[in-house]
Design a protein around this ligand. Structure first.
Ligand code: SF4
Length: 333
């Protein structure tokens, strides 16, 4: 019998296609009683459960309040109406000048390069996004990328989605080569949860592509809790750093997941061990189905004050809120 855990034997592509996609299965694997954790509401058809095995392996069995589990478990509370929570809380539909492109902030444009993610985070602000209207093929991308070529004020392109690192190496390389034609684009920023969800994704070839000397590449990982960052994640992040990339983290402040000074301080410390600087702590985007994660702004400010007392400045993320129509993220503390 092979005693090596399954997640250590599979390639990143196999791990990406072999995720847990059912709440009952998730409970069974974690020795939890599904009857005590009711799931199965109507929103699940539109935004199903998706949990990669390496992330699952970091959850504590038998703990219904595990901070990693709470990020992926489809609680019945998602189906409760909540005033002020909407399907497009950031008004992104108004900043979509060409298929696959969002242009919200001066100097930066965001490419929605895929709808796929390794994980479905229940608080995701794009959980209702109309990806079907925003997934150009390579031919259509040529037209959409012309928008970036024509606007010489765009110096930074953000690859987002979905998760851009779910794309194959060759497709990522294709985006790098297309963007290299635009002299004004100097930086590429990649927003991804893959190095945390499936650290096996960080291969030598990926590091080579992202280290393209034509650009400075910034990788913004998305980790919300220190428990997410095990030895494999640290190795993956350090490999990206060794390739010369800048590594930052953004988190979302989530009720019961990381809404304590201890949790936030531990996350910052752990990130630093992985060569990653804490960058943003986002107040929750008010998306339909996520109200049960909301932390009041006053409580968030108090947490930040306590964090500043406890940590050196470089380990304290900026507390921000993203507001529809604003020209930048809005500082909240
Ligand atoms: S990985 Fe990012 S885009 Fe995908 S569900 Fe999570 S927060 Fe949303």
């Amino acid at each position: 019998m092979n005693t090596i855990p399954l997640q250590q034997r599979l390639s990143w592509q196999e791990l990406l296609s072999n995720t847990v996609s059912d709440a009952a299965e998730l409970c069974r694997l974690l020795d939890l009683d599904l009857a005590a954790l009711p799931a199965g509401h109507p929103l699940l058809a539109q935004f199903p459960v998706r949990v990669p095995l390496p992330f699952l392996g970091r959850m504590v069995k038998g703990d219904p309040f595990d901070p990693l589990l709470l990020q992926v478990f489809p609680a019945m509370a998602e189906a409760s109406p909540a005033p002020g929570f909407e399907t497009d809380p950031l008004g992104e539909a108004a900043s979509n000048p060409a298929p696959g492109i969002l242009h919200k902030y001066d100097g930066r444009a965001l490419l929605l390069v895929t709808a796929a993610c390794a994980i479905h985070c229940r608080y995701c602000f794009r959980r209702h996004f109309p990806y079907q209207d925003n997934l150009p093929g390579k031919q259509q991308w040529q037209d959409s990328l012309a928008y970036i070529g024509a606007d010489t004020s765009i110096t930074e392109v953000i690859l987002s989605g979905g998760d851009p690192l779910t794309l194959s190496d060759s497709y990522l390389d294709w985006f790098y080569r297309q963007l290299a034609d635009f002299e004004h684009v100097r930086r590429i920023r990649i927003h991804t949860r893959l190095p945390v969800m499936i650290p096996q994704r960080v291969t030598d070839n990926l590091c080579r592509i992202l280290a393209n000397p034509r650009f400075r590449t910034i990788v913004v990982i998305h980790s919300n809790h220190a428990q997410e960052i095990d030895a494999a994640v640290i190795s993956a992040c350090l490999a990206l750093k060794s390739a010369g990339l800048t590594l930052l983290n953004q988190s979302v402040l989530l009720k019961q997941v990381n809404d304590s000074t201890d949790a936030l301080a531990a996350l910052s410390e752990r990130l630093f061990e992985a060569g990653v600087l804490p960058y943003y702590l986002h107040l929750l985007d008010r998306v339909t189905g996520a109200a049960h994660f909301d932390v009041p702004e006053q409580q968030a400010r108090e947490l930040m004050a306590a964090l500043r007392d406890r940590l050196p400045g470089y380990l304290v993320p900026k507390l921000v809120r993203e507001q529809a129509g604003a020209g930048a993220k809005t500082p909240a503390a």
